[in-house]
Design a protein around this ligand. Structure first.
Ligand code: PGA
Length: 254
């Protein structure tokens, strides 16, 4: 049975002090909450916060994700952070290919395939983001774009590596805009992504991979989205910075 996952993406927000406070608020809620065994909470925090938050929360309640990594192993790449470094701090996930990285840092599918390979080689689970822009949807190319992103990024990966991957469908037009995809638009794409995984691997793998929806998820729309058959939770940006909202989103995951 595939996992339900509620993942926060804090992006470049909060100082480490503020981040520890935010994580502790969510942790204190989870410490007294009977979270379904099949449900997982992940916080995607800035690199600078990982160590301090991991020291303060029990990883069985909150897992930590980095938001990016270098495509290189180690060496003369000033300012970069390797997967090994992230792993050594105790984080178990890395968000790969967020649309903001594609848009502002020119990350393309070819580069993302290398970053995914780094994750698998270091036993860290990628949360791979895909999704179309507004003009791509308006010109009815959204299926084609998402298929291309997945096929080009997931070249040469094994079945077990795919099973250690989380996919997040995040239509770019819905990120930070307050304009959420409707549950039927999201479900349609999630179902399509599962078909792509089936074609690349097989039905068993397709049925096991968690596919999260991201893009203006909030406490008002989460439960409708999470009820959809192929939506296994959310990657939450803005609302993950507000503890009460994020907690309500966690409560929507049943
Ligand atoms: P949002 O961001 O929830 O603020 O739209 C989602 C994301 O970028 O992962």
């Amino acid at each position: 049975m595939r996992k339900k996952i509620i993942a926060g993406n804090w992006k470049m927000n909060t100082t480490p002090d503020e981040g520890v406070d935010l994580a502790l608020k969510i942790y204190s809620f989870l410490s007294n909450y009977n979270l379904d065994q099949n449900c997982k909470v992940i916080l995607g925090v800035p690199f600078t916060h990982i160590d301090r938050i991991i020291q303060k929360v029990d990883s069985s309640k909150i897992a930590i994700a980095a938001q990016n990594c270098s495509q290189f192993d180690s060496g003369a790449y000033t300012g970069e952070i390797s997967v090994k470094m992230v792993k050594n701090l105790g984080a178990n996930y890395i968000i790969i290919g967020h649309s903001e990285r594609r848009q502002y840092f020119s990350e393309n599918n070819e580069l993302l395939a290398i970053k995914l390979r780094q994750c698998y080689n270091n036993n860290i689970n990628p949360i791979y983001c895909c999704g179309e822009t507004l003009s791509e949807r308006d010109s009815n190319r959204h299926f084609e774009i998402v298929k291309e992103q997945i096929i080009e990024s997931f070249k040469d990966i094994s079945e077990s590596e795919m099973l250690n991957t989380i996919i997040a469908y995040e239509p770019v037009w819905a990120i930070g805009t307050g304009r959420t995809a409707t549950p039927s638009q999201a479900q349609e794409m999630h179902n399509y992504i599962r078909l792509i995984i089936k074609d690349l691997f097989n039905q068993i793998v397709a049925d096991e991979v968690s596919i999260l929806y991201g893009g203006s998820v909030n406490s008002a729309n989460a439960s409708e989205l999470f009820k959809c058959a192929d939506i296994d939770g959310g990657l939450v940006g803005g609302a993950s910075l507000k503890p009460d909202d994020f907690i309500n989103i966690i409560k929507s995951a049943k």
